[in-house]
Design a binder for this molecule. Structure first.
Ligand SMILES: Cc1cc2nc3c(=O)[nH]c(=O)nc-3n(C[C@H](O)[C@H](O)[C@H](O)COP(=O)(O)O)c2cc1C
Length: 205
């Protein structure tokens, strides 16, 4: 049995390829591990507000020093942190958006990266506290970024791997749904390849 956190970030609802493949993947994981708990944080349906004066000040203060408004902002971030910390498997879905991730996903990261909760600074340097998790990233893109000439423009995967590692999550698998703009045949092929890859990953999980 496992606790799965599915974080989808596309605002495109049923049209989203990253959400579709990631959701199907979670179904496969659950089929492999019946009884798993699944929490779905749908950032497309329920976007997380960007950091602002209140939220940035709230997370730097002890609870007793927060204003009522700051307490609400901190509680919201606390809930997102608790969802992440409770999961042993995290499935993150995003499109490649202007060479990086959906801004909704960036806002989620800005809320879960919390000093003293998901990382801390020590005399030896920063230490991630969100350890012991397996992370899967499903990345949908119009072009091809897993290899070839555009790979250097893929800022999504290096960024996600960096920030996830900073928080203690170093076991990361990436599933690409890519080349979808190269005609309907290429799109079908990309989806089939992603489904095949997630089927293999589910079997291995
Ligand atoms: C605003 C915007 C920017 C995009 N930027 C890129 C890009 O830089 N490279 C690329 O290959 N595709 C880009 N795309 C295409 C998306 O990556 C593609 O449609 C993907 O399927 C989106 O993910 P989703 O289907 O989960 O919403 C962009 C799409 C949008 C709407």
């Amino acid at each position: 049995m496992s606790s799965i956190l599915l974080v989808t970030s596309s605002p495109r609802g049923g049209e989203s390829l990253s959400s579709k493949i990631a959701t199907e993947f979670v179904d496969k994981l659950v089929a492999q591990h019946p009884g798993s708990d699944v929490v779905h944080r749908d950032l497309g349906l329920e976007p997380i507000p960007h950091l602002d004066t209140v939220s940035t000040s709230a997370i730097r203060k002890p609870a007793e020093a927060r204003s009522a408004e700051e307490a609400v902002a901190a509680a919201y971030s606390d809930k997102l942190v608790a969802e992440l910390m409770a999961a042993d498997t995290v499935v993150i879905a995003t499109g490649l958006i202007n060479f990086n991730i959906y801004s909704t996903l960036k806002s989620w990261i800005d809320n879960v990266a919390r000093a003293g909760m998901t990382f801390r600074y020590t005399a030896e340097g920063p230490q991630g506290l969100a350890t012991g998790k397996k992370v899967y990233v499903v990345l949908a893109a119009a072009g091809i970024y897993s290899e070839g000439p555009a790979a250097a423009m893929n800022h999504a995967v290096p960024y996600l791997k960096t920030v996830l590692a900073f928080l203690g999550m170093t076991d990361v698998e990436v599933v690409y749904v890519e080349g979808t703009a190269f005609g309907p045949e290429a799109a079908d092929k990309a989806i089939a390849a992603a489904r095949e890859r997630t089927a293999q990953l589910a079997l291995a999980a």
